[in-house]
Design a binder for this molecule. Structure first.
Ligand code: KIV
Length: 269
């Protein structure tokens, strides 16, 4: 049992069973103690410390500059808060590309230093060999195919995948499953293609911009709660607009400080 609820810690077996039981899997990103604590207490199944932190936390133009040290730094905060959710750390661009040895060293470091349950790597079927080595070392691996943000330069932008049919993506997904991946993120993928992949695989698919047929869904924390006030992609449903609430409250605070309405006697000693 975990510290703050009577819900049992979610393991890789729980996630796999959810697919066979037809139970949808909820996943959101989080990057710090407070947001992870809110999600964990709300009952989220999985938390991903995504390299999307490069954009929503660091303000980079894309995810490419994110480092292993940054991922570890944020994972440690999330780990202190999340006692139930299954925790996945994104392997950033450049951390698993040079060689399998480099990839193993970095993934082992991430798992050792953060206590996370799994790593996620972007890449098609050609990553199957690496997935096999990682799982052979006892590391749970989530694949990530379809629109892969770490390939933004070679894709020439963020392009929806699978418009030309399902064959290539299905072959990639099957190769990753056979290599031992416990789950696969399908990002920015035509819904009918995601359906074929989901129906074929025994492991769960987690969609983001991939339609309703996936076994689960993942979104970025700052998008879902309306914290990031930049561009909101079509696939995002905003469940709150925290940006507006904070902005309005900040203006009130500024006004009250200027007019000496705050602090009052009840805030003073
Ligand atoms: O970096 C990230 O947050 C991700 C998810 C959006 C799948 O990879």
């Amino acid at each position: 049992m975990s510290k703050h609820t009577d819900i049992k810690k979610i393991t890789v077996n729980t996630i796999k069973k959810m697919k066979s039981n037809g139970e949808r899997i909820s996943c959101l990103t989080a990057y710090d103690f407070t947001s992870a604590s809110i999600l964990d207490k709300a009952g989220i199944d999985m938390i991903l410390v995504g390299d999307s932190l490069g954009m929503v936390i660091n303000g980079y133009e894309n995810t490419l500059p994110v480092t292993v040290d940054e991922i570890i730094y944020h994972c440690k905060m999330v780990k202190r808060a999340a006692t139930n959710a299954f925790l996945i750390a994104d392997m950033p661009f450049g951390s698993y590309h040079v060689s399998d040895e480099q990839a193993l060293e970095n993934a082992i470091r991430v798992i050792k230093e953060t206590g996370f349950d799994a790593v996620k790597i972007e890449g098609s079927g050609e990553r199957a060999g690496l997935v096999k080595k990682l799982t052979g070392c006892g590391i749970n691996v989530m694949g990530h195919i379809g629109l892969m943000p770490q390939f933004v330069s070679t894709m020439g932008g963020y392009r929806i995948q699978g418009r030309e049919g399902h064959e290539k993506l299905l072959a990639d997904a099957v190769a990753l499953e056979e290599a031992g991946a416990f789950s696969i993120v399908l990002e920015g993928t035509v819904s009918s293609v995601a359906q074929v992949i989901t129906d074929t695989l025994k492991i769960p698919t987690i969609g983001i911009g991939a339609g309703v047929h996936c076994d689960g869904q993942v979104l970025v924390f700052h998008d879902v709660f309306g914290i990031f006030d930049g561009f909101t992609p079509k696939f995002v449903k905003q469940y709150a607009n925290v940006n507006k609430i904070i902005s309005k409250a900040a203006k009130t605070y500024i006004k009250e400080v200027k007019t000496a309405e705050f602090p009052q006697d009840i805030h003073s000693f």
